[in-house]
Design a protein around this ligand. Structure first.
Ligand SMILES: Cc1ncc(COP(=O)(O)O)c(C=O)c1O
Length: 443
């Protein structure tokens, strides 16, 4: 007879292995039973304001009724179909919608199902782009120091310097990492730092430019390495150098896309048009796993031919899942209906005021803000994922009904666009109090 645990938490404890978790020492996971707007509700009735957008996926708010309704309609009509040799309205309409909001040379949408696969697809496209033209010499990628791009092999290789992948280092392909030039509010030395980084990038381009199959970067904000931000001018200068050498530029907008940085895509602020862009997380409003790698005509054309040998031989079982795409279409419509970018602009303004106050605290460094993201570093100037302070701040915020997810000594707020001014104020003042209470841990 089948045994059944008395609660789902017990079943979880017995049978589930959680991501990014040391299963021996981690406290039991929190049982979430419901979510609405900016809030998550736990089994025991407690409410948590989701200030991390549930791993950066949520855009408009949880369980948004319009996306939920679109999903219900789609589930009752067509839940899934193979996407090779078949198509369906949600995939075609979402592709159309994406092309309408992306800069014009980006013209072909290739679907997959998470951020890592969006990156994997882009790397493979850039790699094969050269080989389809008979050039076998392009055998490495350029990527930015500190960039994070996901946990599959290609994504790990380009994200290697983020420090997450020690056990796999012998299995990763060749990547040359370029210096990043971070900046923050009130930073007076940014231009000198950028000039030094660009001078080193020029040297590395001289050394390796002819071997490079592509260049990959998170535009404006490096999320997982500590919400490190750079100026649009810096990103533009790096991309221009790549494009001058015909090296395909791949922008990973998995985290920054769909309004997170205040514009629909971060690349708009840098006025950079990449050859490939990777989208996921917010693409479905944060409802379902879905991703897209969008290619320029130049890339797409290199895969056309009379037989299969230069086609892109890549696909996933759930490529272009109709439910994910229907959620994506509904989410795009909400940007106009709800003035999502204006809402994010108001969050940004409130974050700037809050950061001006937080930056006065001793031990708080590098206040930075873009779109809905407001971040600070505690203690040491540099981000340190293994710093313990984050765990203390997180636990104390939880007691105040706030879900934050610091990365070591980097603490940030990233609410969904629907957060009310009162909720945001509650989160900001709660975190400020916690920072005061924990000051002896980082000063
Ligand atoms: C910039 C960036 N790229 C790629 C990924 C990987 O996405 P996923 O976790 O959906 O595989 C992430 C995830 O956080 C990310 O922040």
């Amino acid at each position: 007879m089948m045994s059944r645990c008395s609660s789902f938490l017990e079943a979880d404890r017995k049978y589930v292995w959680h991501p990014f978790t040391q299963e021996r020492t981690a406290p039991p996971p929190l049982p979430v039973v419901r979510a609405s707007g900016a809030s998550l509700f736990l089994e025991d009735g407690r409410e948590l304001l989701d200030m991390a957008c549930s791993w950066w996926v949520n855009v408009h708010g949880h369980s948004h009724p319009k996306i939920a309704a679109a999903l219900a309609r789609q589930a009752a009509t067509l839940e899934h179909v193979i996407f090779a040799g078949f198509t369906h309205e949600p995939a075609a309409r979402l592709a159309e919608g994406l092309i309408n909001v992306l800069p014009s040379p980006l013209c072909r949408v290739f679907y997959s199902d998470n951020g890592s696969t969006a990156v994997e697809v882009a790397l493979k496209m850039a790699w094969q782009y050269w080989r389809n033209q008979g050039d076998q010499s392009r055998s490495l990628f350029f990527a930015m120091q500190g960039g994070y791009h996901g946990d599959t092999f290609g994504a790990m290789a380009v994200g290697r310097s983020s420090g997450y992948y020690e056990p796999f280092k012998d299995l990763l392909c060749r990547v040359v990492h370029l210096p990043f030039a971070p900046t923050w509010l009130g930073d007076a030395e940014c231009e000198a730092r950028e000039a030094a980084a660009l001078a080193r990038i020029d040297e590395l381009l001289e050394l390796h430019g002819r071997e490079a199959a592509g260049f990959l970067a998170e535009p404006l904000v490096q999320g997982a390495s500590g919400m490190n931000m750079c100026r649009p001018e810096f990103l533009r200068a790096v991309c221009q150098r790549m494009q001058a050498r015909h090296i395909p530029v791949i922008l990973d907008e998995v985290m920054t896309g769909f309004g997170r940085t205040g514009t629909m895509f971060a690349m708009e602020q840098a006025q950079v048009t990449p050859d490939l862009v990777c989208l996921s997380k917010g693409i479905s409003g944060g409802f379902l796993p879905l991703a897209a790698t969008v290619a320029s005509q130049r890339i797409y054309d290199a895969f056309l031919g009379e037989d299969f040998h230069n086609a892109f031989a890549h696909g996933h079982s759930f490529t272009a899942n109709p439910l994910g795409c229907a959620a994506g279409v509904a989410s795009l419509a909400l940007f106009e209906e709800e003035g999502t970018l204006a809402r994010i602009g108001r969050i940004h303004a409130a974050n700037l005021e809050w950061l001006a106050e937080v930056a006065q605290l001793p031990g708080v460094t590098r206040p930075r803000a873009l779109g809905s993201i407001g971040a600070i570093t505690l203690g040491a100037e540099k981000s340190d994922y293994h710093a313990q302070i984050g765990a203390s701040v997180k636990a104390k915020c939880f007691e105040r009904g706030l879900l934050i997810r610091p990365m070591g000594n980097v603490v940030y707020l990233m609410p969904p666009a629907c957060i009310s001014p009162q909720e945001l104020q509650h989160a900001q003042s709660g975190l400020l109090d916690v920072l005061r209470e924990t000051a002896d841990l980082y000063t």
